[in-house]
Design a protein around this ligand. Structure first.
Ligand code: 2RA
Length: 334
């Protein structure tokens, strides 16, 4: 059977990528229902060669929708997810609105697919898609945690301007072309710069983006004891987010065994050959759906600790691909 699929935020960078990925992966869509704010009403979204006109969300519009992919920000999700769910749709929500709600599963299919279903095997009505910087990290950490038990992770991110959507990308292009705005989209100039400030600062001195990496990782991995120490940084690149990790384990590890473990784990491509200058980069991860890992090496000072470098396309595996992979797991169960 084919499904009626709505995309809320259909004209944004993630929403458009969701439609592209549904199409690329041959997801069985009988009708696409693109939704967005008043500003985008009437814009066309081309899907499988057919134009679909963007509407504004309403209770009516969600009637008969099987799957609703949301990427229009937390307040739109808070308003419309309960409505869509009440009308019978399963909502896969890319905003932060429900991620830490104990009644809502937060899912990365390679890590905790079992959380998608209730005890009767029915799909949960609202499913949260994690933050981009969390998704790529947990895909890499899961097999390592299962095998060597992680004690602590220190992570620094190098995040693409597209994490802030089209406005984030346009801001870099404008600044590079010499247009300096009155108010910077990335708080400070991002062209030729690096800004260690993503989302707002919290009372504990961390940013909201950093605390997402802490709290979401614990929830997805099902381990409240995991200690994660993040610093998140915006850099002037497109294509993907990079993350440098220092991971301390409970157990000893053999580096060759660890490398083969990562190579054989789902969703991961190891690109690690310093002799031929091979390691992942944002440009080479662009438009790819996997998580790329390289620079795998033992910590110089602590033998139970590992250094590695992880890159993924933040609009794809960090957002749209993960959401569509969740939807794929629901096929046949709706
Ligand atoms: C960012 N993590 O990169 C955000 C996007 N969800 O700004």
């Amino acid at each position: 059977r084919a499904y009626r699929v709505a995309i809320l935020g259909a004209t944004g960078l993630v929403g458009r990528t969701m439609a592209t990925i549904l199409e690329e992966r041959g997801f069985p869509v009988s009708e696409l229902i693109p939704l967005a704010s008043e500003r985008s009403r009437g814009q066309e979204v081309i899907f499988n060669g057919k134009p679909y006109v963007t509407q504004v969300p309403s209770r009516e519009v969600f009637k008969g929708v099987d799957i609703a992919l949301f990427s229009a920000g937390a307040s739109a999700s808070r308003e419309w997810a309960p409505v869509a769910a009440a009308e019978g749709a399963v909502v896969i929500d890319n905003s932060s609105a429900f991620r830490m709600d104990p009644d809502v599963p937060l899912v990365v299919p390679e890590v905790n697919p079992e959380a998608l279903f209730d005890k009767d095997g029915q799909p949960e009505k609202i499913i949260a898609n994690p933050n981009c910087s969390t998704i790529q990290m947990v895909v890499a950490l899961k097999p390592l945690h299962d095998r060597y038990r992680i004690r602590r992770v220190v992570v620094s991110t190098y995040q693409s301007v597209t994490g802030k959507g089209k406005a984030g990308r346009d801001a870099l292009e404008d600044e590079l072309s010499g247009k300096i705005p009155e108010k910077f989209t990335h708080v400070h100039q991002i062209a030729y710069n690096a800004v260690p400030h993503i989302d707002v600062f919290l009372d504990n001195g961390y940013t909201k983006e950093e605390m997402k990496m802490v709290n979401e990782t614990r929830k997805i991995m099902g381990d409240e004891g995991l200690s994660i120490s993040p610093t998140t940084v915006r850099i002037p690149v497109y294509g993907g987010h990079g993350e440098s990790l220092n991971v301390e384990f409970e157990e000893d590890f053999d580096i060759d065994e660890l490398r083969s473990l990562l190579t054989s784990s789902p969703g991961i491509i190891v690109q690690d050959d310093p002799g031929s200058n091979l390691y992942p980069m944002p440009l080479s991860s662009y438009e790819k759906d996997e998580v790329f890992i390289g620079r795998i090496r033992r910590d110089y000072w602590n033998p139970r600790t590992l250094n590695l470098w992880i890159v993924a396309d933040n609009l794809r595996k960090g957002a749209a691909t993960n959401a569509v992979q969740i939807a794929e797991r629901l096929l046949g169960r709706l």
